[in-house]
Design a protein around this ligand. Sequence first.
Ligand code: HEM
Ligand code: HEM
Length: 179
Amino acid sequence: MKTTVKVWDPLVRIFHWSLVTCFAVAWLSADEWQDLHEVAGYSVMGLLAFRILWGLAGPRYARFRHFLRSPSQVIDYLRDIWQGREARHIGHNPAGGMMVLALILGLSLLTFTGWLYTTDQFWGEDWVEETHELLANLLLMLVGLHLAGVILASLRHRESLVKAMLTGRKRAPSEHDIS
Ligand code: HEM
Ligand code: HEM
């Protein structure tokens, strides 16, 4: 019997760790090193474009259709966590799937407002700069929640999701798990 199964394809893994790197560089270079900031920010934009295509046309576990659930299903899942009886999911769980959507939408708005601020028409507009900064702070909070979710799920199901995002493999599903 196989003890592990392949979940995250190489492109999802490369996407994820490149996104982490570019996001960190964009944060650290903000207000310090504008050229680098814009290169990192545009790289995030490129990575998002790839991930959206991959969510539509990629393999099973990468597809939006596989992991996006309705708000009420996400709430049910959060209630299950609260009651300590949530199912193990082989792909993203419903809350994780919602987080992926929030991160993709949030980062899209963030990079869009960053670009907007560099255009002749909006350069120097306070509201654009303030929106960009607000979104950057919001994204940092979302990333904090994202990490909390990763740690919680790893503890609850006794497997490192971080390791799975590196190797692409997870423990094979048992009969109660959702694959
Ligand atoms: C060192 C920090 C981070 C760690 C350890 C980490 C870990 C992970 C893990 C384990 C998953 C898979 C979750 C699952 O099994 O359902 C994941 C997914 C994801 N993470 Fe992170 N993450 C980090 C930082 C970030 C940052 C900074 C961003 C964006 C700004 C981000 C965006 C995402 C996205 C979009 C996914 C979905 C992957 C996909 O399906 O393409 N992560 N992360
Ligand atoms: C993940 C992507 C990004 C993050 C996390 C991010 C974050 C930030 C932060 C925190 C600031 C400082 C705001 C302030 O204190 O005024 C900033 C400023 C700025 N960002 Fe971004 N940004 C990103 C993408 C982009 C992109 C794609 C562009 C456009 C090319 C851009 C252009 C700018 C500009 C022009 C400023 C300076 C505003 C000023 O002169 O004060 N950013 N960004």
